[in-house]
Write a protein that binds this ligand. Sequence first.
Ligand code: 5MM
Length: 334
Amino acid sequence: MNKDILTKTVSHLLLPSKGILAIDENLNTCNKRFEKLDIPATVEKRREYRELLITAPEIEKYISGYILFDETIRQNTKDNKSFISVLQSKGIEIGIKVDKGVEEFSPDSSEKITEGLDGLSDRLREYKNMGATFAKWRAIYNIGENIPSPKCIKANANIFAQYAHICQRQDIVPIIEPEILIDGDYTVEKCYEITAKNLDIIFSELQNADIFIPGIILKTNMIISGKEATVQASAEKVAEMTIKCLKEHVPNNIGGIVFLSGGQSDEKATLNLNAMHQIANLPWPLTFSYGRAIQNKALRSWAQNSKDTVIIQKLLLESAKINSLASVGKYQSK
Ligand code: 5MM
């Protein structure tokens, strides 16, 4: 493990006013999003869409890294430039999703465990040779009666530690993404309690495995109310509780923290991040790593008129820009 390489990649990814764009939807998720908008779920359509996201002019002003899916990292533009070379020419770091999705944790539970450790070292070696400098692994947790269970939390945390260890051995920065899903009617307090417990166990496993904490990035959910909750916490409440949770349950020397948008509205994801930056003295870089909250408008516009690349890329750029402003607390809603 070369700590200098890891910290250099982290610093580059978390430069002030920049964030990370997640375009690593697996085939299933991507196809589902396409089908909702009557877009054919084909390799070529996925390539065409990702080409627009990757070649958007000036996106590098707001985005420091792209997280890609295995299919995407191997694809080229229609004039035959590799997506990797396009991103590298803009100074954007290449990230890769390396988990292989989720399975049932046990036959009698609805909980999920993330898979993909088998052959991970070899896959990372290949991605690194292609130009990847960081990776991402996601675990998901529903809040419900007696879930997430301590057993499942611990099992996913242990797998995060193994993944992080394999990445850091190859000087690849691991992003660790434990996502408490937005589904449900849970309160913001419940979200705090579960996120805090989960983070404690994850960092305890990471420390037991001697993970170099300044060389990792945490990608987490915000502390919010469940989607179906009748009372929705305000941006100020979300900001206050999220920062409190992160300050108390994440080591101060972590490389940085980024957020997923998780199905919140685009506007909420931006306002919540902006509100967090009204709170002084954050001990770590804190920015976005959104998928949907940055892609939504561009995807809808592409579905309506795929030929209008200028408008589609402009919408992407606008979403990236407002989140860049929010990441330094300078976003003002219209
Ligand atoms: C882009 O979506 C990522 C991959 O999801 P699947 O494995 O289901 O295809 C996802 O991990 C994403 O990085 C995060 O959830 C952030 O994206 P959102 O849309 O929540 O901001």
